[in-house]
Design a binder for this molecule. Sequence first.
Ligand code: FES
Length: 520
Amino acid sequence: MSTDRPDEASRASLWVASTAPPSYERLAGDLEVDVAIIGGGIVGVTAAQLLQRAGRRVAVLEALRVGAQATGGSTAKVTSQHALIYRSLVDTFGATTARRYGEANEWALRDILERIEAMGVHCSLERFPAYTFSIDEGRRDDLEQEAEVAARLGLPARYVTEVPLPFATAGAVVFDGQAQFDPVPYVHALANSARADGARIFEDARVTDLEERGERSVLTTEHGTVTARDVIVATALPCFDDGSYYRHAQPGAHLVIAARVEGDRPDGMFISIDDPTRSLRWVERDGVTWMLLVGPRFAPGDHDTTEGFADLDRFAREHFDVRSIDYRWWNEDYYPVDLLPYVGRMNKDTAHTYVATGFGGWGITNGHIAAHILADAILGQPNEWAAVFDSTRESKETDSSPLASAGRMISAGVSTVRYAAARLVPVSAGDVEALQPGEADVIDLDGERVAVARDREGALHAVSALCSHMGCELGWNESMETWDCPCHGSCFDIDGGVLRGPAVQPLESKQSAIDQRARP
Ligand code: FES
């Protein structure tokens, strides 16, 4: 498909749309394993491979498709350069923690490259420098200071004034020797490797209940139960959350386009610190050069995605020789309030349930590290990075300030509550008959908030407008035709089916009420 019309462009990522996935089994009946992993992204399948290889019986339960959610929507930069993070880490946690965060991500980069080579994965792997740039001369100091701090921490960082982009910049922090790849074949290769060792990988296996029964946990799906000693909740935000991670990590969504471009491609991958943010990378595929362009972060359910995509289109065409824009998608990650991901036990009282969340948009290397930390914890092995990412923030090994960190967590929780309250103000008198194909509204119907959307064929669909996770009011994502939650990032299709958690239950149908109302 090649088109410039947004409504005809693929809503799947370039990676997902262009990879023929292997088939995975469906759960049928009850199963007992040593380790159950909820989520088939990079964390889940990497941990599965490690644990199965170490002799544990492993089952991965993916609600939809392996590697096709957050991992498959990623730009898949494999890098320790995470925009301007190191100076902030030093300020918040001190130099030791900042250094170890950088070392962990550099190690993950090397380890991923070794795995790709060992497994012989064809995943468009390329080595490039990673640039963090600005077009604002006023940000030059920030870039220079970040480069200086990162270099002092031992990272391959330097400040440059020449940036290989076709527009003027104020310079950049560049990290040499970084990488980029296609994450989907990599995840499938890991899953196949785990399967070859005996792991069970299930798709269409949404876990709707997790119950700890003594030394065992029971996971319930529509098609059977899985009983396990250890459980890893490897969904983007934990879908089962005894640690209040929904308060500690805020959802952030980004729009992404993949454009066919002509001309020389820059040697590098890029992210800006400007407003609006731009992130760019290129990939060659079947003789076509694709440019991936990512826009600014926004709260799901509270953004004009049509205008957001139009803004990306304008930027791409202004600066590059764009022949067509074939893929438009959005991706989501969770941003920890204190910058460090949360990896480890679900809470300090839990011995066998683990989480990994809050990768801050850098989920490839952070996800790889998380999988190793969790696998080592389950195997009873030490892990040199565990203290840095400690989910309970209790570690004595970091030089973090628990008080400062806790204060930021609380204020983040308050802002979420305020936001949810603001969304509960009535927004519409509810003239649903006037909705055009692709349009939607939230209405009051017999005292309830109802989300009504008209599909492209003209039919009305009605579901509860209150998120099945914790009841926040949903917003319509016109470009993706989904109902998105601004509080913790759940996403539902037009009929209320869960596309992204942390919600695990569909939205309540209000179809009969809206059908009755529409009847003459
Ligand atoms: Fe938590 Fe919607 S995702 S209330």
